[in-house]
Ligand binder design. Structure first.
Ligand code: PLP
Length: 436
């Protein structure tokens, strides 16, 4: 059979008709082609071509220790053999089907998630492709209560599609796209009294991140989620906990809302959303309805997806969950990151105010707004970290990170901080000043 080769397109545009092989292009050439072909929404700093374990390599052959894991995604690092095998075997056996059919892997994944989150027999799962989609389903559940008021928290980030954007606090993200669905009220971060004041029987849902990752890894104060549960119970509102960033072992337990260091007591949300670490790098999101009431809110036809939870994505998630569990990665990553946090705090550099967060989701808090400079220099030095705010450097490494790898970063940090330290030019003493 002859291969069908499309004719080269030559419309005078600066796009290469036949893409060059990755081996032949430099990072600079790839970046130029990126700028000429992709929307200018992101500003990627490097073009990456390979990953293995906790390391990735760019197009110029430079190696980086990945302390961000694709923003809390690559739980097993890059190209983990169990994950690669699971996805490859699944694709070879059965790839995409539609939602007109179910798959064995999808069902097993849903069962595993319900078991992990401790849902009873009434629990149900909706599988999608991303965090924002997991939240969209949760928003629809909330609106299906018949109520329209949604309570979200200042600093929240729940995604960029319109339903989840409505719950996202940052006005720069929201304002160009209003009016957004639902009647969302943002409550001041961490103020239990303000929460209690806002909740009444018109509230459809209270939406909370136990740790706000995008706001700089900020943890809700003790008692906050517990009180939210009580208020949801007394008012008939749903309690939705967004664990897109904090879930799947990121904070030292499978879910942040089950972490006794963060939430005391047995708080059962009505809805928990997951994505990021769930697929270990394969796109998948999940909306877990824990209560029977939440599970019954969406009627047939209320929601849907073509790809959500398709067999390769479900296999990737199943392999990720199984490997995290069997290799004890949650405890291992939490210990390594606790030690890393302690070492950073003890380094004594004046730029370090402290380290926030839990498990393998941390932020080095700086005394000056120089996080972007530190992250930039860290990249040049071979470390991927993230300036999540002007004063905070986020670390969310693969859960397979070792003490030695964390130690590489700790050893490099003082120099990175030193280079980022603002040099204040003092005026010369009065006697030395030259007169105009
Ligand atoms: C807490 C939280 N919710 C939702 C999202 C949106 O996820 P996604 O980017 O997969 O749509 C994010 C992404 O950063 C997140 O951190």
């Amino acid at each position: 059979m002859t291969a069908i080769v499309p004719p080269p397109i030559d419309d005078g545009a600066p796009h290469a008709a036949v893409p060059a092989s990755p081996a032949r292009a430099t990072g600079g050439e790839w970046s130029a082609r990126y700028g000429a072909s992709l929307l200018g929404i992101f500003s990627p700093s490097r073009v990456l071509v390979r990953g293995e374990g906790c390391y990735v390599w760019d197009a110029d052959g430079r190696r980086y220790l990945d302390l961000l894991a694709g923003i809390a995604v690559n739980a097993l690092g890059h190209a983990h053999p169990a994950w690669v095998a699971a996805v490859s075997e699944q694709i070879a056996r059965l790839g995409h089907i539609s939602n007109l059919f179910a798959s064995d892997v999808q069902i097993e994944l849903a069962e595993t998630l319900l078991r992990l989150v401790g849902a009873g027999s009434e629990g149900r799962v909706f599988l999608s492709n991303s965090g924002t989609e997991a939240m969209e389903a949760a928003v629809k559940m909330a609106l299906r209560t018949g109520r329209r008021r949604l309570l979200a928290i200042a600093g929240s980030f729940h995604g960029r599609t319109l339903g989840s954007l409505a719950l996202t606090a940052k006005s720069a993200y929201r304002d160009p796209f209003g009016p957004l669905p639902g009647a969302v009220q943002f409550l001041p971060f961490g103020q239990i009294d303000a929460l209690a004041e806002a909740v009444d029987t018109t509230v459809a849902a209270i939406v909370i991140e136990v740790i706000q990752g995008e706001a700089g890894v900020r943890t809700q104060p003790p008692g906050y989620l517990e009180r939210a549960r009580e208020l949801a119970d007394s008012s008939g509102a749903l309690l939705i906990v967004d664990e897109v960033q904090t879930g799947i072992g990121r904070t030292g337990t499978w879910f942040a809302h089950r972490n006794p260091a963060l939430v005391s007591g047995d708080v059962r949300p009505d809805v928990v959303t997951l994505a990021k670490g769930l697929g270990g790098g394969f796109p998948i999101g999940a909306t877990l309805a824990l209560s029977g009431r939440a599970a019954g809110l969406l009627a047939p036809g209320d929601h849907g997806t073509t790809f959500g939870g398709n067999p390769p994505a479900a296999a990737a998630a199943a392999a990720t969950l199984h490997t995290i569990d069997s290799a004890g990665l949650i405890a291992q990553a939490a210990t390594v990151c606790e030690d890393l946090a302690g070492a950073v705090e003890r380094c004594g550099h004046p730029l370090v105010a402290g380290v926030r967060g839990a498990g393998a989701l941390r932020a080095i808090v700086l005394t000056e707004p120089v996080a972007a400079r530190v992250a930039h220099d860290a990249l040049d030095a071979g470390f991927i970290v993230n300036a999540v705010s002007p004063e905070a450097i986020r670390l969310a490494p693969p859960l397979i990170i070792t003490e030695d790898q964390a130690g590489e970063f700790v050893a490099a940090l003082p120099d990175l901080l030193e280079r980022a330290t603002p040099r204040r030019v003092c005026p010369p003493p009065a006697t030395e000043r030259t007169l105009p």
